[in-house]
Design a protein around this ligand. Structure first.
Ligand code: TNX
Length: 516
């Protein structure tokens, strides 16, 4: 029998026979308080869609599904679980609530026929198995750019469920960029009043010269209120997913500068950007601007309990700094060598501020230019060099190299048959082949690789259907890169499991790209 579990568990042994799941089955929590047992029942329901009667820890029933929280369980790490099913019982054992939740995700994938309909007798069956499973990495992420195109809250809810299905545990939200500011900040209301709207969007690629560009003249906007953010954060946390917010600075800030020109270098009005590409507008790193941005981070920390707060740092063009007498004087007064060191100085102010509040700064690998702030986590996107160097220096690293993890790239060489994309070529097999630990790292440095993340930049992804098309099934492959032990990974085996898994995506109405 082939089981089509994605991501593939660390180890599976298939036994004989089936556990038949019908309405006589009861759910029992062991090692749990009554509230935890109820909560686990809720996880069971939201994972499998099935409502089972919960019985007391010593309660009897003919057939049982037992969820056992056991602090003493060894060898499964903090997020692992053991799942044993026989004809009479299914038992999931884990050290933590996360482990139980992952066990339930696996259980949901074992149930056949798939959960949306039982067989003609109203029965589902679960094959007898013994599974031991735990993640390879603790950062298993997907980044969604909601700045270039706003994505409705309802879609983020669906996307969170899809991440949970794949045992991914980080949703990195790219909340701000030149083309839009997407989160309510109480202290600075113009960020959303002005910054969340652009008057038009460029049509096609940014290839024509400025005078020859075509715009759609359709205003685009949207943002999340703080109440909506709280709802999303809670929804994600219930599914073992941390939302890591990104406020991109000091570049990629044109929407904020359009809202508050005084934080820019030119102090002159500028509009929210209507086309893609790297902009030259950049924050003026004065103490006033630093205080302004820290006020924003204060509200961000209130909303997002995540230990990690992302401050971007990518693609900050320095020409405005070079041409500004005020900024040059600052370089001089601070005694920093150049514009790169000034950016490091700026990022360090953010790192210190976050650390004072018990949080850790994450930045794209450009934060290493001019010296990386103490304790900063580096997200390596321009290949793996930045991440490799950072890990050697003792920094934690999330691998996100564009060549392997940019899900905005084309999925086929036949680009004419694909919807317009930013470029590149990243087929499913290549995502699958990626290994997040660079071969040259020794054991200690390798320990600094927190994990891996897939990126969905949305310059050419105007809405949810297109996100799903670009993200799936490549995110299925990435989940296995992030979760499955390297030794258990095999692309042919994955390809054989994928068709059944795509049916799970069909049941959730996911508009994934068909597999050739
Ligand atoms: C580079 S990756 C960017 C983004 C773009 C992306 C497009 C990174 C940190 N910056 O601003 O959306 O390329 O693939």
């Amino acid at each position: 029998m082939t089981l089509s579990i994605i991501p593939r568990p660390a180890s599976i042994k298939v036994g004989d026979g089936f556990f038949l799941l019908d309405s006589s089955v009861a759910l029992r929590g062991i090692g749990t308080t009554p509230e935890e047992a109820r909560a686990l029942g809720g996880v069971f329901r939201s994972t499998t869609g099935l409502l089972l009667e919960a019985v007391a820890a010593d309660g009897q029933a003919d057939k049982l599904i037992v969820l056992s929280l056991d602090n003493e369980v060894r060898g499964l790490g903090d997020e692992g679980y053991r799942l044993r099913s026989t004809k009479r019982t299914v038992e999931i054992t884990a050290k933590t609530r996360e482990g139980i939740a992952y066990g339930l995700q696996t259980l949901a994938q074992l149930i056949s026929p798939p959960l949306h309909a039982p067989d003609s007798n109203g029965v589902y069956s679960i094959p007898a198995v013994e599974i031991e499973d735990y993640p390879r990495f603790r950062w298993r992420g997907a980044m969604l750019d909601v700045a270039r195109y706003f994505m409705p809250k309802e879609f983020l809810i669906k996307f969170i469920d899809l991440l949970a299905l794949h045992k991914l545990n980080v949703l990195h939200l790219h909340l701000t960029d030149d083309q839009g500011w997407r989160i309510e900040i109480r202290k600075y209301p113009r960020l959303t009043e002005i910054g969340s709207r652009r008057k038009a969007t460029l049509v096609g690629h940014l290839s024509a010269s400025p005078g020859n560009r075509i715009y759609d003249n359709v205003p685009h906007g949207g943002y999340y209120t703080q109440a909506e953010i709280r709802e999303l954060v809670r929804y994600a946390a219930d599914r073992c997913i941390t939302i890591v917010p990104e406020i991109d600075m000091p570049g990629h800030m044109q929407a904020a500068i359009a809202s508050y020109p005084e934080i820019g270098v030119l102090s002159a009005p500028v509009e929210v950007a209507t086309e893609w590409g790297v902009k030259e507008h950049i924050l003026n790193p004065t103490s006033r601007t630093i205080a302004f941005v820290q006020d924003i981070l204060a509200e961000i920390m209130e909303l997002f309990p995540s230990e990690y707060i992302h401050v971007g740092g990518d693609e900050a063009v320095k020409t405005q700094w070079q041409n500004s007498a005020e900024v040059q004087k600052m370089i001089n007064d601070l005694g920093v060598a150049d514009e790169n060191e000034l950016q490091s100085y700026f990022i360090r102010q953010m790192g210190n501020y976050l650390r004072k509040h018990g949080r850790s700064l994450v930045g794209w690998d450009e934060i290493m230019e001019g010296g990386v702030a103490e304790g900063a986590v580096v997200m390596s996107w321009r290949g793996i060099e930045g991440g490799t160097a950072a890990a050697k220096q003792g920094h934690d690293v999330v691998m996100a190299p564009n060549e392997y993890t940019y899900l905005d790239y084309y999925q086929s060489k036949n680009t004419d048959a694909e919807p317009l994309a930013i470029g590149g070529y990243l087929p499913l097999s290549k995502v699958y082949a990626y290994d997040p630990v660079p071969a040259e790292l020794d054991h200690e440095a390798a320990g600094h690789i927190l994990g891996v993340q897939g990126q969905i930049w949305t310059e050419y992804i105007a809405g949810p259907d297109q996100v799903e098309y670009m993200a799936f099934p490549r995110l299925c492959a990435l989940s296995e890169v992030a979760w499955t032990p390297k030794s258990a990974r095999d692309y042919r085996d994955f390809s054989m499991r994928l068709p059944a898994h795509l049916k799970r995506l069909d049941a959730r109405n996911v508009k994934y790209r068909p597999v050739e």
